[in-house]
Ligand binder design. Sequence first.
Ligand code: HEC
Length: 167
Amino acid sequence: MSDTGLGFSNKKFIALIVVFACCILLFEFVGDLGGGLIKNQAVDTTSKHNNSRLEDRISPVFTLKKNQQQTSEIVTTKIVPAPLATVMNGEEAYNSACFICHTTGAGGAPFIGVPIAWEARMEQGTETLMKHAIEGYRSDSGIMPAKGGRLDLSDQEVKNAVVYLLQ
Ligand code: HEC
């Protein structure tokens, strides 16, 4: 029996290597098995995600919630959004929507500031005049378009314009 120089016989040395190799293979196998299980799980969750709706799939896995205490310490100013729209007063509404006819008398429109043009109309009452201004009106003199053709005006703005017109 020859010696390896390490105090082992050749046979023992080979046996040792075989055992060692077997150990490595065993570890590999166990490792593969574990890896495979994890892999299967991963595939499972992915397939579940594939079945779900797009929003679910693109939604973040987790989101950071604001720390209320912290923000209240840091944010000291309150942002007040500007109002989206303001109501025009009578003069503004008149100038933007009624001026074109009621200052020139276009199409038979009764003139602003000419009482005689309004006397008969005033007898209907302000409410009716406002209704006619909002919904439109037609008699012998011509056509008063609804809201003066400016349908973007609110009823209140048209009412304001009527008050201005009758002053
Ligand atoms: C395109 C021209 C035109 C515009 C713009 C216009 N009007 Fe007139 N308006 C008329 C005419 C024409 C009459 C007369 C209708 C009639 O009596 O036949 C009239 C009549 C009126 C009357 C009297 C209705 C009645 O019952 O006698 C009021 C009030 C009035 N307009 C308010 C307004 C207001 C307020 C606006 C703006 C929001 C406006 N008008 C814009 C043409 C216009």
